[in-house]
Design a protein around this ligand. Structure first.
Ligand code: ZN
Length: 180
């Protein structure tokens, strides 16, 4: 899957129209992998995965009540470096959307691990039918997805409406998608 990409409004597939689109700010949308899925997004314990605020963790000298080591998360580092306390999105910049791996969504709705044969075969059926993961995630009509996987169309619909919850990763444990 693509981790970072853009949707650009181009007259045709040529370098000239790409240049033209960038010059005239016809970038429709920016996309990137949801950082909350990462293993060290929040500050948290590497043994029991309890999440901590950085202040709390610092007070505890990075030692969890279970005895495990607390690992500082990417988010805490971002907050240290950030110039604003709340995110500022420039008005002239197109929307930024987080993307989630299709295998992760299949894993969530079918209650089976990402690397299981079951999830892999469901994934392959979708790719054979619709070409790419990004296409399934963003563009294929839900009715079309439902013909192949009714449960998946529900979670993709929720994703498209920004209704999916992600439990952020911490302490070496990946983030997980919550649905229903
Ligand atoms: Zn712990």
């Amino acid at each position: 899957m693509g981790r970072e990409f853009n949707r650009i409004d181009m007259a045709d597939l040529s370098f000239g129209s790409l240049k033209d689109a960038i010059r005239n700010n016809r970038i429709v949308e920016n996309y990137g992998y949801d950082p909350r899925m990462g293993k060290y997004h929040l500050t948290g314990c590497a043994r029991c995965y309890r999440a901590y605020s950085l202040e709390e963790a610092t007070k505890l000298k990075m030692r969890c009540s279970c005895g495990g080591q607390i690992k500082k998360g990417v988010k805490s580092r971002i907050e240290e470096l950030a110039a604003y306390s709340t995110p500022h999105h420039p008005k002239d910049r197109p929307r930024y959307r987080y993307i989630l791996p299709l295998a992760e969504l299949l894993s969530t709705i079918h209650g089976k691990g990402v690397t299981t044969k079951y999830v892999q075969s469901r994934y392959n059926i979708l790719i054979n039918e619709f070409g790419t993961e990004i296409n399934v995630l963003l563009d294929v009509p839900l009715e079309e997805i439902a013909k192949i996987d009714g449960d998946l169309s529900g979670i993709i619909g929720a994703y498209r409406q920004n209704r999916l919850d992600v439990t952020a990763g911490r302490g070496g444990q990946y983030g997980t998608v919550r649905y229903g």
